[in-house]
Design a protein around this ligand. Structure first.
Ligand code: ATP
Ligand code: MG
Length: 447
């Protein structure tokens, strides 16, 4: 390239100098007075020609440069002089491509983590506009709009405490934690301001649905209060009678009666403590192993153990169905059967009956326990699985701790099954338990 420009400029100079010299010589000989205007004319003419030539040469030089493919500069070998520049562009392209690749990889990793988080994650800019949000955030806040980017965060949630949390996070370096209720959910938020050396650039907000945890805590508190209350009554009775006897205030003929009362209250306390221990084991899901069990044979075993109680009230127990093998925890299966059967006897009438049926239906075993007893009023049926709930102690007296059916419910849930009740007051009650033949996956328990 350098050579071509050099030759072209040299040729142009030679031609112009030659022409100028010839013309000046000719004019100097023929018309010496007009030599100055002629010289000016020649200079102007040469300047215009040079300008024109320069234009053409620049165009010719620049045209291929403009056509360089900057993505692949190594393929454009136009001028030798441009080779180092093109080589550097090519190297820069490689560095940029590598950095882009890294950024893309990090973005994908971030998105995968964000989308698989159970917690909702929100990243806001300094003016509270949403830069990033994951699926859990919209799920937890029940938001249907799926295009929230660049929108103000308060479009997503207008709750007073949520606003307060974000405002406080913006004003401090601490992480701000708030709990609030939205749509019957308890939500916990952790907001923190993000800052660089140049100042605050935004806020990150983590939100969690803690309804289940809160409910569990509430149930636990209620349970503890109930346990204290349940323990107090029999202990007061025991202590009262024991005091009368120890003070010598009891008549001789009453002592045996008092002893029986102390014994029965102590028995009740033992029963209560055993049930509480069982429930706490179920809560912790401790030490359970699934085994293959023939549920029909299993039921026969429980019946023969409890039959004596049925005989006391002349209650007839019928078992129907066939051998079905299921994967179950024998100790919990025993709790299910014995609690249902004991209730069917306890809340039955004299000369009544109890029918137990075991059958298989679409990968489930359906076992039902039906009695001809006092029944449960419709309004109370949904509450019988609650801890310490007893339908009507004024009618039946205190017959149990009120924990049996909650143990049944827990045991069924650990087996990933279902339990339901139907009843007609003063006529019959039927409990139906559905258990999967094979247990797959994780078990979720609600108290
Ligand atoms: P526990 O079983 O712990 O000794 P409980 O029998 O009182 O005590 P649950 O088995 O949980 O407790 O039953 C709760 C309540 O439901 C009972 O108190 C009773 O009022 C009612 N109930 C349960 N089963 C029957 C039934 N088959 N017929 C009528 N009422 C029933
Ligand atoms: Mg019971």
């Amino acid at each position: 390239m350098k050579n071509i420009i050099f030759i072209a400029v040299t040729l142009l100079c030679i031609v112009s100098v030659t022409i100028t010299a010839i013309l000046i010589r000719y004019i100097a000989q023929s018309e010496p007075t007009r030599i100055i205007p002629f010289t000016v004319l020649i200079v102007v003419g040469i300047s215009i020609t040079a300008l024109f030539a320069a234009n053409i040469i620049v165009k010719k030089i620049v045209e291929p440069i403009n056509k360089i493919d900057l993505e692949n500069p190594e393929n454009c070998d136009i001028y030798e002089e441009l080779s180092p520049l093109l080589k550097r562009i090519s190297e820069q392209n490689l560095i940029v491509a590598r950095q882009m690749e890294k950024i893309k990889k990090r973005k994908t990793q971030f998105e995968i983590i964000g989308e698989n988080m159970q917690e909702g994650l929100l990243i806001l800019d300094k003016d509270d506009r949403i830069l990033y949000y994951n699926k859990s955030a919209t799920r937890i806040l029940d938001e249907k709009n799926d295009n929230l980017l660049k929108k103000n965060i308060f479009v997503l949630c207008r709750n007073e405490y949520f606003r307060r949390g974000i405002k406080q996070a913006k004003e401090s370096d601490e992480q701000i934690i708030y709990s609030f209720e939205i749509n019957n959910k308890t939500i916990e938020m952790i907001a923190r301001s993000v800052a660089t050396s140049k100042g605050r650039i935004g806020t990150t907000v983590l939100i969690m649905d803690v309804s289940e945890k809160t409910n569990r805590e509430k149930l636990r508190r209620e349970f503890s209060a109930n346990v204290s209350h349940e323990l107090k009554t029999p202990l007061s009775v025991i202590s009262g009678y024991a005091e009368i006897i120890s003070n010598g205030l009891a008549k001789k003929e009453d002592i045996s009666d008092f002893g029986t009362k102390i014994y029965s209250e102590a028995q009740y306390l033992l029963e209560l403590i055993n049930d509480i221990i069982e429930l706490s084991n179920l809560d912790e899901s401790r030490g359970f192993t699934f085994e293959k069990v023939n549920i029909y044979e299993f039921a026969k075993g429980v019946i023969s153990r409890i039959e004596e109680k049925a005989n006391e009230k002349n209650i007839n127990i019928k078992l129907s169905g066939s051998d079905i093998i299921i994967s179950a925890i024998p100790r919990l299966l025993d709790e299910i059967f014995s609690n249902l059967l004991e209730n069917a006897i306890k809340y039955n009438k004299e000369n009544g009956s109890v029918s137990i049926n075991i059958e298989e239906k679409e990968n489930f075993v359906i076992l039902s326990v039906e009695d001809t007893g006092i029944g449960i009023p419709k309004s109370k049926q949904s509450r019988v699985f609650e801890r310490f709930f007893r339908v009507d102690t004024s009618r039946t007296g205190r017959q149990g701790t009120g924990l049996g059916l909650s143990i049944v419910k827990h045991a069924v849930q650990i087996h990933k099954g279902k339990v339901s009740v139907s009843s007609v007051e003063n006529s019959w009650t039927k409990f139906v338990v559905e258990l999967p033949l094979e247990l797959k996956g994780e078990t979720k328990i609600t108290a």
